[in-house]
Design a protein around this ligand. Structure first.
Ligand code: PLP
Length: 283
């Protein structure tokens, strides 16, 4: 596979990054994952705006303009002949001479990009959903930044997997924030809700897209607080992310969600999602 590293397109197995890179030493960097359908990056301006927010939040100047990023992404897609893919891009604070926590002076950021196949989405007529467990959100205070320092997310996801579940749904002060690598929606008595945006969760591009899709089809979505109890008695729970798209959770802490099958609101929304995606891929 072809990747991009610091101005060069090269085979992934030939890409070398110094062990002194601050991404490796400190997790000092930002990343994005952009889904691509039919060769066209989906919601790229929103991903690039969020990248700007993350970089501003960690005080790392963006090495490229949006136009430049867009060009690089298209070159990467062309080099790998990608039609449907997830583009991963990462920027770290570069390679200092010495390991020191404070920002180094005069280092160039490391810029890396690669593409990989997207998992096949679950069809709307699917009978099986995903499982989740509720866990304490023990991450830091800036979960709105998409940084490569993902150890807490890694440990939470692993705890979920060891409990036999696919995803962890995180609770801070008794309120739902998000999944270990996804945003969450609930449907309670025909009302669709998702946690209010703030420093406690990532402003998901797919989350915003699903909120828009619902509104376009006349379904209101409340951005509000969701308690651990509301989550436990929800009729439906959904997960969203750029690679997962829109998935139903049918088991929470080992108990069925609703009747234990993907719910009717998920089926409708999934169908709207697919329609929009197909139109986008067709150009
Ligand atoms: N929340 C977390 C912690 C994530 O890691 C992700 C993406 O992987 C999301 C939410 C979903 O964000 P997006 O829809 O922009 O991919």
């Amino acid at each position: 596979d072809i990747c991009y590293l610091n101005g060069e397109f090269l085979p992934l197995e030939r890409a070398c990054i110094s062990p002194m890179d601050r991404g490796f030493l400190f997790g000092d960097g930002a990343y994005e994952v952009v889904p691509v359908y039919g060769g066209r990056p989906f919601r790229l301006p929103a991903h690039l705006r969020r990248l700007d927010q993350t970089l501003a939040g960690i005080r790392l100047p963006n090495p490229h303009t949006h136009e430049h990023w867009t060009r690089l992404i298209h070159e990467l897609l062309a080099a790998g002949r990608w039609r449907d893919a997830g583009v991963y891009l990462q920027i770290t604070r570069g390679v200092p001479e010495q390991r020191d926590h404070a920002f180094p002076e005069g280092t160039r950021p490391t810029v890396f990009m690669t593409a990989s196949p997207l998992p096949t989405p679950m069809p709307p007529d699917s009978e099986q959903g995903k499982s989740a467990v509720r866990l304490q959100d023990n991450r830091w205070g800036r979960c709105d930044l998409k940084t490569v320092a993902l150890l807490p997310n890694v440990l939470l996801r692993q705890q979920a997997v060891e409990a036999g579940a696919d995803e962890a749904l995180l609770l801070r002060d008794g309120q739902l924030t998000e999944g270990a690598a996804s945003n969450a929606f609930v449907v309670c008595e025909n009302r669709v809700k998702t946690p209010l945006q703030g420093p406690g969760l990532l402003p998901g591009v797919t989350r915003d897209f699903v909120v828009e899709l619902l509104r376009d089809h006349g379904v209101a979505c409340e951005c509000t607080t969701i308690s651990a109890e509301e989550l436990a008695r929800a009729d439906e729970i959904w997960l969203t992310s750029s690679t997962k798209e829109l998935l139903p959770v049918t088991r929470l802490d080992g108990e069925p969600v609703g009747d234990g099958r993907p719910g009717p609101m998920w089926r409708r929304t999934r169908a709207w999602f697919d329609e929009h995606k197909a139109a986008w891929a067709a150009g």
